[in-house]
Design a protein around this ligand. Structure first.
Ligand code: GLC
Length: 566
């Protein structure tokens, strides 16, 4: 055998201790308002999750991550949190939360909750107090208030732009302006203020004491800011090196916050876990993934890659190397609540790339803008490639994040009318960015019914009729369905799990990747259009139910059983 390359993560067997659960977990992301609606108000809820605990268990996931379920005015789908230590009354109560936690724990499923520390809701009691208390008050110190510029201060303090479009400053009644990197209903917190530091420690303890196993930390790279005057312009901000001393992004001092959180996490047995959502350059990811910081960080490289062998291989090798720089494991993501679903991305022409490799426009955006007509979506090809990419991902060392509905082969929903849209990025960009509602449409559980089994009322986002074909009821027990493929793959993965190493094997083809795990579990993906022969019989195929063959069809991933068990 020639050209074997090794990419080592930290080996679980480096110590005598069993590897912590999170290192190689399959984590299923639930967007609670769109998962299951138990009380029939059109909005998913906590009791809905409890009612589907058996579904999650049969799927075979190790953990769920819940997007925010806290009280919220829903200016940003719940990422505008009005109270970090309660449940949105429309979604249930803290008792409902405890019941859900117990139901999932009883089935061996861990629970990770979303923590949103860069901003809160403008309905948060501290922000309301700040508005009332007026300029110069200690209450305003908890946020970033500044005087405007120009005559009467009528222009914002700077020309900074918010992530959802439009200015990053909003003017209040008395004439001052406050900073919001996202929607105006999401004021940024002043992390120099000790009150937030104490308050978030309280929040982490609040959920940890209830038994929550870990936290997903929203925009983890943006909390701390150097806001000494004079403030730079947007152009100056854009030109600043992102080396840890940037004024607003990925500052080294954010890790002082996480060092304090780490003490909290480690004061529990087992220690609570955290995963950073940090959109930073990959050489800065290990800072977030280090043992003294959050411990693990998302890597979105697979998510922004095309369905392409060379890109996938580069992403895997690079990220295993990065994970190896810390004692963390890598994470893998193909879909989440912020991006066009991967079945749809792969059914559209590959996007143009910027020099740094990122898509020139958000992938799928033009298609969404056209209402799903232009360019043409090849649903079958997208679905086939998506299953292949998922099986490729699930074989990798590290933890894999699945997004609700991908196990049903769901496509993005494009036909949502302007009047039904909810995402602030749609409103703030004047429709230029259609937003993320298309991946947040409530799940189809059954073929019939007003909400396809999601609940008894019409759902908060419309479900197109094609969703019925993807319903859980339609796929359950049906050989060859995407749902059954996920179930089988997760069961095998659990059986075959082993040390966090991977070795690339030569394939003789540029469009085929082949890797082997330490126990002999092999994964072969054909990205192109021709069959590929393998020497050992195939145990699982992403494109059909045939096992035992030695041929991997086009756009397909094959799993070959381990030759030995660890
Ligand atoms: C994160 C979330 C996204 C949210 C934003 C602001 O990127 O994933 O959904 O809009 O933060 O909280």
């Amino acid at each position: 055998m020639t050209q074997i390359q090794h990419a080592h993560g930290t080996r679980a067997s480096d110590s005598a201790e069993p590897a912590p659960w999170w290192r190689q977990a399959v984590v299923y992301q639930i967007y609670p308002r769109s998962f299951a609606d138990a009380d029939g108000d059109g909005l998913g809820d906590i009791a809905g999750i409890t009612s589907r605990a058996d579904y999650l268990s049969a799927l075979g996931v190790d953990a769920v991550w819940l997007s925010p379920f806290y009280p919220s005015a829903l200016a940003d789908g719940g990422y505008d949190v009005a109270d970090h230590r309660d449940v949105d009354p429309r979604l249930g109560t803290l008792d409902d939360f405890d019941t859900m936690l117990a139901a999932l724990h009883a089935r061996g499923i861990k629970v990770v909750v979303d923590i949103v520390p860069n901003h809160c809701s403008d309905q948060h009691v501290w922000f309301q107090e700040a508005l009332r208390a007026g300029r110069g008050s200690p209450e305003r110190e908890r946020f970033v208030f500044r005087e405007g510029t120009g005559p009467g201060g009528e222009h914002p303090p700077t020309d900074w732009l918010s992530a959802f479009g439009g200015p990053a400053w909003h003017r209040v009644a008395d004439g001052q302006w406050y900073l919001h990197h996202f929607a105006p209903e999401q004021p940024d917190l002043n992390w120099d203020h000790p009150d937030w530091r104490e308050d978030f420690v309280r929040t982490l303890r609040f959920w940890s004491d209830r038994g929550v196993d870990g936290f997903r930390v929203d925009v983890a790279h943006m909390l701390t800011k150097d806001l000494t005057e004079p403030l730079p312009s947007q152009a100056e901000l854009d030109a600043m090196p992102k080396d840890g001393l940037h004024r607003t992004i990925d500052r080294d001092d954010v890790h002082d916050v996480y060092a304090q959180w780490r003490e909290v996490f480690n004061s529990y047995d087992p220690p609570r876990t955290a995963v950073a959502e940090a959109w930073v350059s990959s050489d800065r990811i290990p800072l977030y993934a280090s043992e003294t910081s959050l411990g693990q960080a998302f890597n979105f490289d697979l998510l922004i890659a095309d369905f392409d062998a060379e890109q996938f291989r580069r992403v895997v090798t690079h990220n295993l190397e990065l994970a190896g720089r810390t004692r963390s494991s890598s994470t893998w993501v193909l879909s989440n609540h912020d991006v066009v679903r991967h079945a749809t991305r792969y059914g559209l022409p590959a996007p143009e790339r910027r020099p740094d490799g990122e898509p020139a426009v958000k992938h799928g955006m033009e298609w969404l803008r056209s209402g799903g007509t232009d360019p043409r979506l090849d649903r079958d090809l997208g679905g086939r490639r998506a299953r292949a990419a998922t099986l490729f991902m699930l074989g990798l060392p590290g933890s894999s994040y699945l997004y609700q509905g991908e196990e049903l082969g769901l496509h993005e929903v494009a036909d949502i009318s302007d009047g039904e849209r909810q995402d602030p990025s749609f409103f703030r960009s004047g429709g230029e960015d259609v937003g993320r509602d298309g991946c947040r449409v409530p799940l189809p559980w059954s073929r019939e019914g007003v909400a396809l089994g999601f609940g008894e009322a019409s759902p908060h986002l419309p479900q197109p009729s094609w969703m019925a074909d993807h319903a859980v009821e339609q796929q359950s027990g049906v050989p060859g369905s995407t749902l059954e493929l996920y179930r089988r793959a997760l069961a095998r993965r659990r059986e075959w799990q082993c040390d966090e190493d991977l070795e690339w094997l030569p394939t003789g083809r540029e469009d085929v990747l082949h890797y082997r795990r330490p126990n002999g579990w092999e994964v072969v993906t054909v990205f192109g259009d021709a069959d590929h022969a393998v020497s050992r019989p195939v145990a699982l195929l992403s494109s059909d139910d045939a096992v035992g063959s030695r041929v991997v069809p086009p756009q397909t991933t094959a799993w070959i059983a381990p030759s030995r068990t660890d």
